[in-house]
Write a protein that binds this ligand. Structure first.
Ligand code: COA
Length: 230
């Protein structure tokens, strides 16, 4: 039996034609360029895995095209928008919104769950999100009160500017974390912290220190540049 090996160019052409047909139905993937303009993408990007089950969804990627890795986004419904960075795994239902600022980063294993209509997760500027952090914008299952009414609708998670979220943290729906805060590793954050410059830690998370600030550099680098900080 004859065996055909396609050239790289032909493989790419085949893949673009046959694998990414879901870019139809008004779904769009856009790259945010360094100058803020947006470029419509119609070809396969290594490191990006996007699935559109519905229509009119928009995915924007806040990374240079040649540096994209470990982005996986599933649009379960219609009219959702996700602005993502590397290491983001995200599921969105209809009308959902996920946004992370370009100046923030997520380490491996970041998971963002928005699988109920209208859920939102917003992450501000200069945030450091460590390994295996999970944002539960929704509960995934329904809770009923004693009158049989649903009592656990999705609520927006908002992480304001310059928040450091330690490894393995889990954040539940409706949580707002104010500026310059740190969340200690392994914490479970179930309510909002509107006071700035605090360390929040534990299960359930509570304020454990006040009047702090943090810098993204390692201590040795920071002291080399700011000797008076020693
Ligand atoms: C949050 C953190 C930065 C705080 O460091 P720190 O300022 O030296 O804090 P301390 O060790 O003085 O702890 C202060 C208090 O909070 C408690 N605490 C600190 N981290 C905690 C945590 N993750 N969970 C529960 N309690 C915690 C301490 O037990 C201590 O309690 P006490 O006052 O009753 O004694 C550190 O604990 C941490 O989580 N580091 C890991 C960060 C990370 O994940 N980095 C990955 C790279 S992004």
């Amino acid at each position: 039996m004859a065996c055909f090996i396609l050239s790289r160019k032909k493989r790419r052409k085949f893949r673009d034609k046959h694998v990414y047909t879901s870019y139809q139905n008004g779904n769009q993937v856009l790259l945010i360029l360094p100058d803020g303009r947006e470029k419509l993408i119609k070809h396969h990007i290594y490191g990006l895995n996007v699935t559109f089950y519905g229509k009119e969804n928009i995915l924007k990627i806040n990374e240079p095209e040649n540096q994209i890795h470990d982005i996986s986004v599933v649009f379960l419904g219609n009219n959702a928008t996700a602005v993502v960075k590397n290491n983001v795994y995200c599921q969105l239902s209809s009308g959902c919104e996920f946004f992370i600022d370009k100046s923030s980063y997520v380490n491996d294993g970041g998971k963002f769950w928005l699988c109920e209509d209208g859920a939102k997760i917003i992450i501000g500027k200069d945030c450091a999100i460590s390994w295996n952090v999970e944002f539960m914008g929704v509960d995934h299952h329904t809770i009923l009160n004693d009158k049989g009414k649903v009592c656990n609708y999705p609520q927006t998670i908002e992480i304001r500017d310059h928040v450091w979220i330690g490894s393995g943290v889990k954040i539940s729906k409706g949580v707002i974390v104010a500026e310059n805060n740190i969340i200690g590793m392994g914490s479970i954050v179930t309510k909002s912290f509107l006071e700035t410059n605090c360390i929040i830690a534990g299960n359930p998370a509570k304020i454990v220190k006040k009047n702090i600030n943090w810098n993204v550099d390692a201590i040795s680098k920071y002291i080399a540049e700011h000797p008076k900080a020693k």
